[in-house]
Write a protein that binds this ligand. Structure first.
Ligand SMILES: Nc1ncnc2c1ncn2[C@@H]1O[C@H](COP(=O)(O)OP(=O)(O)OP(=O)(O)O)[C@@H](O)[C@H]1O
Ligand SMILES: [Mg+2]
Length: 124
């Protein structure tokens, strides 16, 4: 994890935002082969903070990238069920992030998954 020296104040429910990050990190662990590299980056701008959780696993096909935020949506249903996933994590994460006035999106490509989370800085 890398972070600059900037101090940023966020108005947030830490337990809920932790739940969001937990889901992204758990996803990076369970939906990728063992040994996959996972990186977390935090950057701060004047008006928001951006957290990126990226891994070098199989990636999510472009056609599925919007739908992974839908309730119960799993890309590979048989495989995900083996891993106990219900397909709810990202839908809950999306709701929590929106409730904070932030955004969450999925990018990447074959061999790379990148989730980007933004949270607005508290008004001074
Ligand atoms: N890092 C990732 N690499 C590859 N596929 C992913 C990754 N993260 C999520 N996915 C895909 O997106 C789907 C939806 O993720 P989500 O977190 O909503 O559900 P889940 O992990 O299957 O179950 P739950 O989080 O409810 O236990 C996953 O089933 C998986 O197919
Ligand atoms: Mg999950």
């Amino acid at each position: 994890m890398t972070a600059g020296p900037a101090v940023v104040k966020l108005r947030m429910d830490p337990q809920r935002i932790r739940q969001v990050l937990d889901n992204l990190l758990t996803n990076a662990a369970v939906h990728t082969p063992p040994g996959t590299e996972v990186s977390v980056m935090v950057s701060a701008a004047a008006d928001c903070v951006t957290v990126t959780v990226a891994d070098t696993g199989p990636g999510v096909p472009a056609a599925d990238r919007e739908r992974v935020f839908d309730r119960f949506y799993r890309v590979d249903k048989a495989r995900s069920r083996d891993r106990g996933g219900s397909g709810l994590g990202l839908s809950v994460a999306g709701s929590l992030v929106r409730a904070h006035g932030g955004t969450i999106s999925l990018g990447g490509g074959p061999g790379r998954t990148v989730f980007t989370l933004t949270l607005p800085a508290a008004a001074r």
